[in-house]
Design a binder for this molecule. Structure first.
Ligand code: PRP
Length: 217
């Protein structure tokens, strides 16, 4: 049978996912010794891991070339969602926040505010809910620069430890949403490979449960 393909977000979520797989008893040697390889098998299973950028994880799962994906809630919120979000994996915890120069009053005055962000859809929908019109400037990285350079009144970005904000004289004005890694599943795959996928979900939940029991003991 065709391998069950799991698209995994490279970088931050990769390490925690490999840790989870190891707790599930999977042999992750190929993932540890991957070099520049992008598709890796897990021995003794019918699973294949595809390493991809976050937004591409969603694309591969939506198109059905990967059955499952591990991706941050931030990427899910920013992109379309023609897939099932089946599990909160509990790691990769951070938050979406509105932030800007320390001590500044973001809502002061009547002028249209400019928001710099890597997540224009998240920013737009946040201010739409507030009934507030804003200008958005799309930035590709180190969004914290925008208020410092005078390009924006504030940023909508991910805050994990808060170090980047702090070291640059910025602070959180408002928390927009909590974020963590999620497991997503292609709509057809969940029907066609129900047993395998549900088996995998059950195994993850078992590991999560024993982890939380140990930390409560
Ligand atoms: C993210 C985010 C912040 C930083 C927050 O950037 O955009 O800049 O991490 O982390 P902290 O609260 O722990 O300091 P990332 O490292 O993904 O790099 P990028 O800005 O180049 O995308």
């Amino acid at each position: 049978m065709k391998p069950l393909r799991l698209a995994l977000t490279k970088g931050r979520l990769e390490k925690d996912t490999v840790g989870l797989f190891e707790k599930m008893g999977f042999d992750c040697t190929n993932l540890h010794e991957k070099g520049r390889k992008l598709i890796l098998s897990i021995p003794e299973t019918n699973m294949e891991i595809v390493l991809a950028k976050a937004a591409d994880v969603i694309t591969y799962v939506e198109h059905g070339v990967c059955d499952i994906g591990v991706v941050g809630k931030d990427t899910i919120m920013e992109n379309s969602s023609s897939f099932y979000e089946v599990l909160d994996l509990g790691f990769g915890r951070c938050r979406f926040a509105l932030a800007g120069k320390k001590g500044a009053d973001f809502y002061e005055g009547y002028a249209l505010k400019t928001i710099a962000t890597k997540y224009p859809n998240v920013a737009r929908s946040y201010f739409k809910h507030k009934g507030m019109d804003i200008d958005i400037v799309k930035i590709e990285g180190s969004v914290e620069l925008a208020p410092l350079l005078g390009l924006a009144d504030a940023i909508v970005d991910i805050v994990e430890t808060g170090t980047t904000l702090k070291e640059n004289g910025l602070e959180v004005f408002e928390t927009i949403a909590d974020i963590s890694a999620r497991m997503i599943v292609n709509i057809a795959s969940l029907k066609l490979r129900k047993q395998e996928i549900e088996g995998l979900i059950a195994k993850i939940e078992q590991v999560q449960k024993s982890g939380s029991e140990q930390s409560n003991a």
